[in-house]
Design a protein around this ligand. Structure first.
Ligand code: XBP
Ligand code: MG
Length: 262
């Protein structure tokens, strides 16, 4: 039997926050604030401040960054460093509760693309900095209970010590699938995300959102405002959509080939 060409596309690896769903502003941010309230703290992260805090991935890391960069010396609560894991656990509880209300839907085209990819036999994985429970909650409340099993690997949270922009989480996902970078494509929404995926040598499709629209996506295979639907065309921000108006598996394949020829 012939060995498969190492650049033939076999797997789609999805980021979660901002890519599958717009979770940050109305999900994670709200849950952080609920945790701060629960612990009687006077911290409140506005939509704007949260945009700045997104420079750091990972909720625990983000809280540390807030303490170090946003608070005056005399307003830092005593023993905060040791309290962050507990605060973060409360935040995860609030966040998963919020997801269970169905308040946070998938972005346009995500469900359609995932379903098509499954039908066509592409392997699926997740590579995210968020906590594993959050991924489970998002997938089950949007795609149904079984959807967890559609993803061969759910690489999430602290499974690797260095979070995005480090490439480790993508490297981990590919290692688990025993696939090389040429056989996979990544879906991302942010600069930290694409630094991570491109750092792992992956071609990357970007769908921007309000928080990430001004990020640097020079290394992307294409930059879109959304994946789009047959009756809801995407806008191409950068790149060549080959005449398509929404992202389907054929376009993903073309973009992968084009990127490999460049
Ligand atoms: C996602 C994140 C995460 C979430 C919070 O980035 O930065 O930190 O905001 O999740 P990406 P936790 O989309 O690049 O993976 O609080 O569970 O860490
Ligand atoms: Mg993201």
């Amino acid at each position: 039997m012939n060995k498969p060409h190492t650049n033939s596309l076999r797997a789609f690896i999805f980021d979660v926050d901002g890519t599958l769903s717009d979770t940050e502003r109305d999900g994670h941010r709200v849950a952080f604030n609920q945790a701060f309230d629960e612990y009687g703290m006077d911290w409140h992260w506005s939509v704007e401040t949260y945009g700045e805090l997104l420079a750091v991935t990972g909720g625990k890391e983000r809280m540390k960054f807030y303490v170090e960069k946003f608070l005056d010396e005399d307003s830092i609560p005593e023993g905060i460093e040791a309290k962050i894991p507990e605060l973060h656990a409360a935040k995860t509880r609030h966040y998963t509760e919020l997801l269970s209300t169905g308040a946070i839907p998938l972005r346009p085209g995500v469900e359609r693309l995932i379903n098509e990819a499954r039908k066509r036999g592409f392997r699926l994985a997740i590579a995210t900095t968020t906590t594993p429970e959050n991924v489970t909650a998002l997938l089950t409340h949007t795609l149904g209970e079984d959807s967890i099993d559609w993803f061969e690997v759910i690489a999430a949270g602290d499974v690797v010590p260095a979070k995005k922009p480090a490439p480790d989480i993508y490297d981990y996902a590919m290692q688990e699938m025993k696939l090389s970078a040429g056989e996979c494509i990544a879906f991302e929404d942010s600069e930290n995300g694409i630094k991570s995926s491109v750092g792992a040598k992956l071609n990357t499709i970007i769908t921007i959102n309000d928080y990430t629209k001004d990020h640097n996506f020079n290394d992307a295979s294409i930059v879109l405002d959304q994946m789009g639907e047959p009756e809801q065309a995407f806008s191409v921000i950068n790149g060549d959509a080959n005449g398509s108006s929404y992202l389907d598996c054929d376009l993903v394949l073309k973009l992968h080939q084009q990127a490999n020829n460049n």
